[in-house]
Design a protein around this ligand. Sequence first.
Ligand code: NAD
Ligand code: DAU
Length: 337
Amino acid sequence: MSELLVTGGAGFIGSNFILYWLKKHPEDNIVNLDKLTYAGNLENLKEVEKNSHYRFIQGDISDPKIVDQAMAKTDIVVHFAAESHVDRSIMDPAPFVKTNVEGTYVLLQTALKHKIKRFHHIGTDEVFGHLELNSSELFNEQTPYNPRSPYAASKAASDHLVRAYYHTYNLPITISNCSNNFGPYHFPEKFIPLAITNLLENKKIPIYGDGLYVRDWLYVEDHCRAIDLILEKGKLGETYLVGGLTQDISNLEVAKKILKIMGKADTELEMIKDRPGHDRRYAIDWQKIKQELGWSPQHSFDQALEETIKWYQEHQQWWSRVKSGDYQTYYQKQYTR
Ligand code: NAD
Ligand code: DAU
């Protein structure tokens, strides 16, 4: 039996991970430390809130006192907590530096003090910058860092800190850098859930620029399984890249698939002003984690997209609540630039 400290467990991937973990490893204990920013939502965890193996602490990862208390009995840290949306980092980088850089530093210091057995850090492929359209190049574990948004730069800094604690202090770390996740509980500021929920509200799908940007879509459950394997068999100090099964699908193509599944016409697309510094293409080579740990994605994009759309159709209350209040202010600011 182990005790896991999951940071950011009330967010999209963190909550999927906690639900996954308690099903797969019911004997383990999970402490979820989350500040509950606009992106944190305890409704995601209703299924486990009464589980005696699960405990929630509301707190900020950059607060050393609360982190110290939360880590008191921890064996393994799985660090998801972050400011995660590129567009918000363009509007205001400050919370990205505070949480993603300083928060990670506080966690690392505390992990050293408590002699944590494993510190797993959730990284992103955005730290590598972007690839050319129509090239066959892929990101791999040797790709040099070249972050291009305040979000990506703050995540790059956190990766570097985590690695530095391995080399300098022998903190037993692993890192995974993954591509764009999608699935249940995805906050509707991100492209896929925004597109689906806008259509459910009879609004259009906003497409930045020419829409020919490429992302490597990874179903969130496949990602959770990758983290599980890294915790079980990953080599200390190593980084693993995790990607999905899409092959250079553009945002326009993704939007058209969503329109088709939802029985809507292409007139529901709205081409709008581009994101500054918009990364053109992401694509992941996940051969290392396949060869060393036996992981590969199991969910085809088309099937997982259909399931995701169905989830949003069946969870209208969840996303309607999320899209009310402050979300409206953000939406106005972002989409009437
Ligand atoms: P999210 O925005 O949905 O959730 C982030 C969670 O962190 C929220 O619950 C929020 O309340 C919490 N949080 C934020 N600041 C905090 C702080 N200072 N202290 C404690 N908790 C805080 O994010 P997500 O999409 O679930 O991403 C999780 C992690 O995975 C992030 O590190 C992100 O960079 C990384 N990642 C995400 C994707 C993706 O496609 N979503 C892809 C690659 C990597
Ligand atoms: O690659 C991993 C990253 O994926 C994670 O590290 C980030 O946390 C996560 O937010 C995501 O970043 P992206 O910027 O790629 O995701 P987003 O959903 O914001 O955008 C996906 C693509 O869709 C991107 O090319 C921008 C475009 N887009 C996005 C929105 C919100 C639109 O065309 N219209 C939109 O309204």
